[in-house]
Design a protein around this ligand. Sequence first.
Ligand SMILES: [Zn+2]
Length: 244
Amino acid sequence: MILEELAFVLRAVKYGERDLIVDLFVEGHGKISAIAKSAKTSKKRFPGGLEPFSKMKIKVKIKPNRSLSFLEETDIRNGNVEIRSSFDKITVASYATELVSVFVQPDEPSDEIFSTFDVFLKRVAKSSDAMLPKLLLNFETEVAKCTGFSPSLNACFKCGESVDGFLKYRVSRGGEGLICRDCTEGEHYGIVEKSTMTVFWQLYQDALAEYFHVAQARRIIWASLGPVVDRELKTRAQVEALWV
Ligand SMILES: [Zn+2]
C-alpha cells in the first residue's frame, strides 16, 4: 500500500552509510517509522533533505506485517526555514517536536495535534524571538486540550464553583487546575497571582504578556501535562535555560 500524505519528521537516525530511519508524524495516520534508502545522497527523491520542522508531502510504502515502512519520496510544502536562523527558535521547535512525539502513536491519527504543531511551527518561523515564550505557552495549552489533560481554569475542579468569586487563585499541584478554599483540605496547591490568571484568560485575544506571567502560566499547564509525559524531555531543560 502506498500512502501520500502530509507529514513532519520527528526523528531521524543514521542507518548504515547512506540510509536514514525516520519517525514520521503523518496526517491521518499518527506515527510511522520508515527507512529512507539513500536519504543522505538522493537529492532527487528527497529534495531539501529530511529535516525536522519542515512540512512535506511524503510517499511511503507500507508492507503488511512489517514494522518498518519505506519512505520513497518527499516534497517540501513549507520548510519553515527561518527557524534554522535562530538558536532560540531551534531550541523551542526541538522541544515542541519532542513533546509531540510523546503523544503520537502508530495507527492513531492525531490530526488535532498535527494542525496545532503545524500552526505553531509556522508562527515560530515568522515571529520574533521575543514572542517565543508566549507561543510556547499557547502551544502547550493546545496540546493539553488535544490530549484531554487540560487543567480546570474557570472553576474549582472539585465542586465547580466559578472563579469569579475567588479572592486568591489556588492551583492544585496535582495538575487538575483551580481549587476553591472550601475544597483545599488534603490537597497540595500553590497560590497564583490574579494578574497571571487574567493574562491566561486573555491569551487567545492575543494580549501581550509579561514574561513572568507566561512562565507562571506555563507551570500551571505543565502541572497537568508533565505527569502524562512521564519522562524527562532534555529539550525542555534547554528551553528553560533560554529565559533564565
Ligand atoms: Zn471547590
